[in-house]
Ligand binder design. Structure first.
Ligand SMILES: NC(=O)c1ccc[n+]([C@@H]2O[C@H](COP(=O)([O-])OP(=O)(O)OC[C@H]3O[C@@H](n4cnc5c(N)ncnc54)[C@H](OP(=O)(O)O)[C@@H]3O)[C@@H](O)[C@H]2O)c1
Length: 299
């Protein structure tokens, strides 16, 4: 039985970061400015701390200025809004991200709406969400689905007419992913926890994007032979075979089964994950170009 090709998101992301680094150099020469990304972290969530640290490191690595703002877990919505306002007004800041999830007492929707849409490099502001839905290519689009789309286009070329299944309807992955695939003229189905006959729905898809947060939920038999599978899931599961307290990182797709059915598949880790940060930095560069009237690079 043929095994699926592995879609190497890590290698693709490294190439993209290299191209971003070159384009940052061109931006600096054209404008005399350094693109700046402000990352706001509220509280002590360990996973969020790691995500923000990675973003800060990669920002510096492509030659951009990284401004990291850490606030105490007890920060009020008003204090956070005041910080966002000051970053909106800061000419050295071209992109702003507020790391999610925020502590429960904070009004995340209000905070995301307060970010200047032109600096909203996560693409979560309603104006950017609406722009994506309307097919406005100048809208800043969410990073994880943008990365998935790049991998799909790189693998498949033209996507028009393909049947795509997006498993999951979150605002940060599923919904924007579906909008992007529709924008590419795919025939798109969105599935969620109330979907009936989920396996049958999945088996019809030429492209299957899994973003449910359920380790190994998509079984080999759910996949149309030869389909392209993008596994967005990042789930930690216990790995007693590695020792006490140790864990594995696994996706939403049962990889060992899927590799025997799919035509191509992203691994976890090393698939979609690295693309997310690369797309964040791409958005930051595009945002800086637009704010400064510099020609946008083709990357
Ligand atoms: N690679 C990256 O950079 C990256 C970025 C973001 C997220 N992720 C990962 O992607 C996964 C999804 O993240 P998310 O933020 O989109 O998750 P989320 O907000 O929890 O949404 C999960 C979606 O999956 C659906 N779902 C849950 N259980 C289901 C089931 N048994 N059958 C069918 N649908 C089901 C939910 O349906 P309902 O709406 O009906 O509840 C919901 O729409 C997580 O593992 C997350 O860690 C990775």
């Amino acid at each position: 039985m043929n095994e699926a090709a592995i879609i190497d998101g890590k290698a693709f992301a490294e190439g993209l970061l290299e191209r971003i680094g070159e384009a940052v150099g061109t931006f600096k020469s054209a404008s005399g400015l350094v693109p700046g990304l402000a990352a706001v972290l509220v509280g002590d969530d360990p996973a969020s701390r790691i995500y923000v640290r990675n973003k800060v490191e990669k920002t510096a690595a492509v030659g951009m200025r990284s401004l990291s703002r850490r606030l105490a877990a007890k920060t009020t919505t008003e204090e956070l809004l005041a910080l966002v306002e000051s970053l909106n007004a800061d000419d050295a800041v071209h992109g702003i991200l507020v790391q999610l999830p925020l502590p429960d007492h904070l009004d995340a929707a209000l905070v995301l709406r307060a970010i200047d849409p032109a600096k909203d490099v996560d693409g979560f502001h309603p104006l950017n969400v609406g722009g994506l839905a309307l097919g406005d290519r100048s809208a800043l689009a969410p990073c994880t689905p943008s990365g998935c789309l790049m991998l799909l286009k790189d693998r498949l070329g033209e996507l028009a007419g393909l049947r795509a299944m997006v498993l999951g309807r979150s605002n940060i992955v599923g919904k924007p992913m579906a909008a992007m695939l529709l924008g590419e003229s795919c025939t798109v189905t969105i599935a969620h926890s109330k979907t009936r006959n989920l396996e049958d729905e999945c088996r019809r898809a030429d492209i299957l994007v899994a973003a449910v947060g359920r380790p190994g939920m998509v079984r080999g038999g759910w996949i149309k032979p030869g389909a392209t599978v993008i596994d967005v899931g990042i789930n930690r599961v216990e790995a007693p075979e590695k020792g006490e307290g140790k864990t594995w990182l696994v996706g939403d797709v049962n990889f060992d089964e899927a590799i025997l059915a799919a035509g191509a598949i992203t691994p976890v880790p090393g698939g979609v994950g690295p693309m997310t940060i690369a797309c964040l930095l791409r958005n930051t560069l595009l945002a800086a170009c637009r704010q400064r009237g510099v020609a946008e690079p083709e990357i």
